[in-house]
Design a binder for this molecule. Sequence first.
Ligand code: URP
Ligand code: ZN
Ligand code: ZN
Ligand code: ZN
Length: 471
Amino acid sequence: MQPEFDLIIAKGRIATAADSFSADIGIRNGRIVALGQLSGARETIDASGRLVLPGGIDAHVHLAQDGAPGIVMGDDFETGTRSAAFGGNTTVMPFCVQKRGQSLREALKDYHARAEGACYTDTSFHLIVTDPTEQVLGQDLPALVAEGYSSLKVFMTYADMVLSDYEILGVMKVARKTGALVMVHAEGFDAIRFNTEQLEAGGGFGPKFHAISRPEPVEREATHRAATLAELSDVPVMIVHVSGGEVIDEIARARGRGVKVLAETCPQYLVLEEGDLDREGMEGSKYVCSPPPRDRTAQEACWQGLIDGTFDVFSSDHCPYRFDETGKLTPDGKRSFRWIPNGIPGIETRLPILFSEGVKKGRIDINRFVALTATNPARIYGLRNKGTIAIGADADIAIWDPDKTVVIGQDKLHHGTDYTPYEGLEVTGWPETTILRGQVVVRDGELVGRPAGGHVLRPVSGMEQGVKAGR
Ligand code: URP
Ligand code: ZN
Ligand code: ZN
Ligand code: ZN
């Protein structure tokens, strides 16, 4: 007789966003088909003494993006998703970037080609809109949202990406019609540009001036503006990578007016500080990201936001520019901070940092951890059957040793880039086995999956998604 299950994960302690319980998980054809006391599988993984969680969904990562000429991103889809799997993740959401002058379809074709057959985890794209022409807003975007590309990121800064308020309103109008979710990078372009010129004129070139050029009010102002544009457009908006309390206050004010503002924060705003950008020599460039990490007060505000539900999602914003000559140090003798590519790696360390600093230290419980890192991203971005442990769900599972202590270091990670900003940080709790749709990808810290194991997913269409997410 055929065994009833392909795989049983036995005797683990399971946690979902709502519940914690002990049970065996029965898996067949990539789905969870039974929970309880089970037997009869081709393979059984003993998870006694272990925590069994839904595979993490990292809803904000950058993989294989083109930087400025000469700037190399350290991860392609293979190394990036490999690193994600080692960090307990089963789905990642990278960005497909529209170059100015390029059609969205061309951009998607290009990024799909980079991802297909190369991924260890499932993958689902957000679209970055940099050129909202009439054709894009009138034809291309509505068609793509209907096909399932239902999250759009717009930028309020970066010379090659920035949209005017007028253009953002155009994108939001499409979102209103189609049910897409607009994600906003909220930092004010003009203030940053002005500050940058002033700092350089005064001889300020080192990495630390990156943070000085974009203090929290620059982010607060843009957040207020983004929320106002969403209010005028009657659409929800996701403020990504929120760095501190002034921004959180702005989000709370908008919510108080009835604006549907969703919010995300990231590990760098919990454990890094502005002072890290002032490390010896160019070391500080390892911490250059936007918004920049701030101070203890901002860290505490972000924790409070994770505790009280201000934040819906906790993502890495993994953006793996290399520290060596082609990356953070920048070619062509361009030494000013303005030429350091923005972004830091963190796809593998996101979950252990939140687990250790959050769950182990008693700031959040394990259910909130699961909600922030898997269940909410699946719901908000319309990833069907993802983000929970339940009958019928995809068997996307991470088995954790909740007591394993690890000192984070580049030598232990599996990304393709050449440093980690979390070098030396000690964490307790580490994912040891990661299972994607019933297939083991990482087993006891060893890679066993194939790079073609992951699927490139389409979320449910914008409208359907809006209904599901209660928008
Ligand atoms: O500095 C950052 N966060 N770089 C990544 C791109 C973005 O803005 O999310
Ligand atoms: Zn951003
Ligand atoms: Zn980002
Ligand atoms: Zn496939």
